[in-house]
Design a protein around this ligand. Structure first.
Ligand code: G
Ligand code: G
Ligand code: MN
Length: 539
């Protein structure tokens, strides 16, 4: 569209141009940081004219300074009425950055409206820097001396962006909205945004994402470590009259509970520390863990290992990094490859017990290994996290325990008495195999109160009574009863047992033995028989 210079200047005088303000948000807290001032022109005949049309015309035809002066005057006045911590960002054209009196003019406007320049950020597009970098640098330094901050706008769209970054003392980097907008769909955009945010962080710059339209984009940006966000999600540009409403509007945190995973929330919280500090803290935790830890890339190369793992593998850190598992641990590799590949295909392999091969380091030790896919901000698997615990000592303990249990069982089965264990109410918990042989009961039948079924009906109640007395008093059990022997009638047994008392003074269970007193009984009966007969003889 062709814009007539005369008419534009006339419009400027009539006040048809006005500043609009778009909110900038701190992604981590969701709080309002400030606004970017955007020029708007409402023509009485043509309606809204886009800045993309009139800014180039204003630059070309020499009325950009007049326009900027008008916008800043109104913008500063509007901001002066808002809380002092809110900032204002303004766009400055390439040309203007070469005007030696730019800092002075800005300073005068600020003073006239009572606006502090500590709140001002000057946004410069990378293409704006143009040929005379030296001149731009002098002006930029003077603006900084006045307290202004400098932002590199629309980063990533022009060419030689990286060399521009070196030219001026920038404080902020604004990631162009074309990348932000496609980052949730396009892997390339996402990687570019991640890299730009990383670049900004490593240069100590505040990173700002432009054109944030969805919650998903905001979450991803937060997760990447981007600090500020701007876009329709947080608010469209508004005129000065609506500023107070925007300032007082309630705001939501980006990383609310909807956030995709716990890991992301934990990560965003750890952003409280400076990146370098955070790294040192994590490194200390990582190295100090009593667990071997490693990160492999998709080509099965070690990207990172902790100290514990270097000791477990008997291989120094530097001999791990960049080399594959197969190269570092050739003997172990065939045993673990399948699990690594499963994790790379997205499966969590939570715990595998592996005995180390005799030809590798620490032969014969048993390790317990977990494999977890590592994903990037869009869920794509980018590697595998491995954690390894040496369980050799535990395994040895278990083996010893099993052996000792085995000894005990063997001894029990050889004893003439039949051992048993019952709970404090009389339910059978364990009994020797010989009880089964003797009574013909199956494993299911004797459990609980089932064992009572083997008793002679006349002996059942007296046995229960006697045991209940012991349960109440804690005194030893000592009862006699007859049990059914399939095919050979009744056998007389004597059951004796004592309580095992727990730390709380309560009975945990009862241990006891059964003794075959059949012959003894028969002998006794015979004796009694004799005794009964004897008087009749003597009579
Ligand atoms: O909302 P939007 O259409 O306002 O902005 C279009 C482009 O115009 C953006 O790249 C923005 O940086 C630029 N722009 C908006 N206002 C100004 C201004 O006051 N001065 C300059 N130089 N550029 C502006
Ligand atoms: O100066 P800069 O190029 O950053 O100006 C911001 C531009 O982006 C303006 O044109 C503004 O209207 C536009 N804009 C701001 N937020 C959004 C957004 O969420 N989506 C889109 N598509 N444009 C936006
Ligand atoms: Mn801008």
């Amino acid at each position: 569209m062709v814009i007539d210079t005369q008419e534009a200047r006339h419009s400027l005088e009539k006040g048809e141009f006005s500043p609009y303000f778009q909110p900038l948000i701190v992604l981590r807290t969701g709080k309002l940081k400030g606004f970017e001032l955007l020029a708007r022109w409402k023509h009485p005949v043509y309606g809204w004219i886009s800045p993309d049309d009139f800014i180039p015309a204003a630059e070309k035809n020499g009325w950009i300074d007049a326009l900027t002066r008008e916008l800043l005057r109104e913008g500063f006045a509007a901001m002066a009425a808002l809380p002092a911590e809110l900032t204002l960002a303004v766009n400055i054209s390439a040309l203007q950055l070469h005007h030696v009196n730019l800092p002075e003019r800005i300073q005068n406007l600020a003073e006239a409206t009572g606006f502090s320049l500590g709140r001002l950020t000057i946004e410069i597009t990378e293409s704006a820097l143009g040929a005379n970098v030296e001149n731009a640098r002098v002006i930029a330094n003077r603006l900084k001396a006045l307290g202004c901050k400098l932002a590199l706008d629309d980063f990533g769209t022009g060419y030689s962006s990286l060399s521009q970054l070196r030219c001026l003392p920038f404080d902020e980097l604004k990631v162009d909205r074309s990348f932000v907008h496609s980052m949730t769909e396009e892997r390339e955009s996402r990687k570019i945004v991640a890299a730009v945010v990383g670049l900004g962080q490593s240069l100590g710059l505040i990173t700002v994402a432009e054109g944030v339209e969805t919650q998903e984009e905001a979450e991803m940006l937060l997760w990447l470590g981007c600090e500020l966000g701007q876009g329709w999600l947080f608010g469209k540009p508004v005129p000065a009259a609506e500023l107070a409403n925007v300032v007082s509007a309630p705001r939501q945190r980006v990383s609310a509970d909807r956030s995709a995973s716990r890991a992301r929330r934990v990560y965003s919280r750890s952003l409280d520390a400076q990146p370098s500090q955070r790294f040192a803290q994590l490194r200390a935790i990582y190295d100090g863990a009593p667990v071997g830890l490693a990160f492999l890339d998709t080509k099965l190369r070690y990207i990172s290992v902790n100290r514990t793992l270097t000791e477990m593998n008997g291989v120094p850190m530097e001999d791990h990094l960049g080399r594959t598992v197969q190269e570092v641990l050739p003997a172990l590799f065939p045993k673990v490859e399948q699990y690594i590949r499963r994790a790379l295909s997205g499966e969590v392999v939570p715990g595998v017990e592996i005995v180390k091969p005799t030809s590798g380091p620490n032969p014969g030790t048993t390790i317990f290994v977990s494999y977890q896919p590592a994903r990037d901000e869009a869920g794509e698997v980018v590697g595998v996290m491995i954690s390894i615990v040496d369980v050799t000592a535990l395994k040895d303990e278990e083996k010893k325990r099993l052996e000792s249990e085995e000894h005990f069982r063997y001894m029990m089965e050889l004893m003439p008495q039949i051992p048993w264990v019952i709970d404090p109410e009389g339910r059978a918990l364990d009994v020797s195999q010989r009880w089964l042989q003797m009574t013909g009961m199956t494993d299911e039948q004797w459990r609980g109160f089932g064992w009572l079924d083997a008793l002679h009906p006349d002996d059942r109640q007296p046995t229960i009574d006697a045991m209940n007395r012991s349960f109440r008093s804690g005194q030893s059990i000592d009862v006699e009863y007859r049990v059914r022997q399939p095919g050979s009638g009744w056998k007389c047994l004597r059951a004796r047992g004592s309580a095992r008392v727990g730390a709380d003074g309560k009975i945990v269970c009862w241990y006891g033995t059964l003794e075959d007193i059949d012959e003894q009984k028969r002998y006794q009966e015979e004796l009694e028989h004799c005794a009964v007969e004897r008087p009749s003889i003597s009579a």
